[in-house]
Design a protein. Structure first.
Length: 538
């Protein structure tokens, strides 16, 4: 070869270099004759994980439980309907000469049957509104009662509104707010699990792709060793080399075959790691198949704006949303505990109307100076009693302030101290989470930049190793080199190719790690947390 001429690789090596430079994932020899190869894209792997990964399913159930807890907490504001049916017969002793009891009896007997309904409603202001209605039929043998049977009716409304303790927060509103913060935390936990799972799937996917490419390199190394062994055998047969020359290429061939066997075991383990993330117990066919990543590992190297990445992480990370929800819950609990130290002052408003009707008491007698006739308008049954109620002649209006001062109130003081301490802990944990995310983003940026730089260095090293091997083979063909040097150059090329594969797949994994650290991984993959998991078959 003339000095200054470019070094040209043999056609066999040129084709191999082009195949590796493209770095598309090619299937190695099946581990077993029965194993089926299943091509899989990264998007399909992620879709399977979103649908079948148990950790995500558990987090989705937690979100559903949190939604149910909100509905349950709001149930405190459901109207409460109370019904009461009562029958009573009483003969109560009367210590008076005017008991009105029948002859030879010490007290009159009263028999009453009543029915009542109360509709209660807790208000968002902490007050309670109630509507009540009742009806009673009463008979008596007392001589001083004008009506027997008598029909009593009542209809009223009442409101009790806290003005101090319980005005801004009460047990019901506390439960609703706590349930809302727990729902926020559950949603954030689901997003975090989705983020982590997608990142885990990508790491496992590219790790499997790297092992498959490494097997391609190992198989080529075995072929090169076989060729070198063949060339050495031909030289020994022609008498141009001693028999002992066969030992080194033969030993190297067996060593590379051993490495290839170990790499195939690594491939099986890498495939199993990916299956564990994306399959469930029902996927019996895929459990037995060999997963073959079909996405190319080649990718564009991007520049990273560190400040923008940091800002996005602090605005998007699910961990911060979860920690913020805990702080919000602790603040609510502190407000409730502080409210418990206040005196109580409730405004009570009530208004009732009454109706009465009946028939003249057959046992009634006229007492001197007292009327014994039923007043006009009160004679009749239930309809007459409700007519009297509607006229509003008999009513009861009440306005009251109910004031209570807790003396000592040590329970409330202790509860407030506990709540304040829990709030401070939550705020410290939120600050610590922010610090950890900042450090995580910086680490991810550094890792991505280093991975990008390694790609260029690995490509240059691989190209140089190809030239060196071809040069050494030409020297060997001319009798100017040895088996040792040729095999060493082959090993150098295999190592350089493996470094290039590692650099490319590490860049893919580092990019996923940065997207996870900034909280943008789900958005970049088009994953909507609120949507149901995608069906990969569609």
């Amino acid at each position: 070869m003339a000095r200054g001429e470019p070094v040209r690789a043999a056609p066999r090596l040129t084709a191999l270099a082009l195949a590796l430079a493209g770095l598309t994932v090619l299937a190695p020899r099946p581990i077993t004759a029965q194993a089926r190869v299943h091509a899989l894209t990264l998007d399909e792997a992620i879709a399977l994980a979103l649908e079948k990964n148990e950790r995500i399913i558990v987090e989705r159930e937690s979100v559903a439980a949190a939604d149910a807890a909100i509905v349950s907490a709001r149930g405190a504001y459901d109207p409460l309907l109370g019904l009461e049916v009562d029958w009573q017969r009483a003969t109560t002793p009367v210590n008076s000469a005017f008991s009105g009891a029948p002859e030879d009896a010490f007290a009159p007997t009263v028999e009453a049957a009543s029915a009542g309904v109360v509709l209660g409603q807790l208000l968002p202001t902490g007050g309670e509104l109630s509507l009540r209605s009742s009806a009673t039929r009463e008979t008596t043998d007392g001589s001083f009662d004008l009506l027997s049977p008598s029909h009593w009716t009542r209809l009223g409304i009442g409101l009790q509104q806290p003005l101090l303790r319980g005005r801004s927060v009460d047990a019901a509103r506390l439960a609703v707010r706590v349930a809302a913060t727990d729902r926020t935390r559950a949603g954030a936990s689901l997003r975090r699990e989705l983020n982590d799972t997608v990142a885990d799937v990508e790491r496992a996917y590219w790790r499997l792709a790297a092992v498959r490419l490494a097997i391609e390199v190992g198989e080529e190394a075995v072929r090169l060793a076989e060729e070198q062994l063949g060339e050495t055998s031909e030289r020994i047969a022609s008498g141009s080399a001693p028999e002992k020359e066969i030992a080194q290429p033969r030993a190297e061939l067996e060593r590379r075959r051993g490495d290839l066997i170990a790499a195939r075991e690594t491939l099986a383990r890498a495939g199993n790691a990916l299956k564990l993330l994306i399959l469930d117990d029902s996927d019996s066919d895929l459990w037995l198949a060999q997963l073959e990543p079909s996405d190319p590992v080649e990718t564009e190297i991007v520049d990273v704006d560190v400040a923008a990445a940091m800002e996005r992480a602090l605005a998007s990370r699910a961990e911060l949303e979860a920690a913020g929800a805990v702080v919000e819950r602790r603040i609510t609990e502190t407000d409730f505990a502080r409210d418990g130290k206040r005196p109580s002052l409730d405004l009570l408003l009530a208004y009732d109307r009454y109706g009465l009707a009946g028939s003249a008491n057959p046992s009634g007698i006229a007492a001197p100076g007292f009327p014994n006739e039923v007043p006009p308008g009160l004679t009749g049954g239930w309809s007459q009693s409700y007519e009297v109620l509607g006229q509003g002649d008999f009513d009861d209006a009440r306005v009251a302030l109910l004031f209570g001062i807790p003396i000592g109130n040590r329970a409330a003081s202790g509860a407030l101290a506990v709540a304040v301490s829990a709030q401070r802990q939550a705020e410290v944990e939120l600050a610590a989470t922010r610090k950890a995310i900042r450090a995580e983003v910086l680490d991810a940026v550094a890792g991505l930049e280093t991975a990008g730089q390694r790609i260029e260095a690995a490509r240059a090293a691989r190209a140089a190793a190809e030239v060196q091997l071809e040069t050494e083979r030409e020297r060997y063909a001319a009798g100017m080199s040895t088996n040792f040097l040729v095999l060493t150059r082959q090993n150098d090329l295999s190592s350089a190719r493996l470094d290039e594969i590692a650099a490319l797949t590490n860049y893919r994994m580092s990019y996923a790690a940065l997207a996870r650290a900034t909280g943008s991984l789900l958005a970049e993959r088009g994953i909507d947390v609120s949507a149901p998991p995608a069906n990969p078959a569609s």
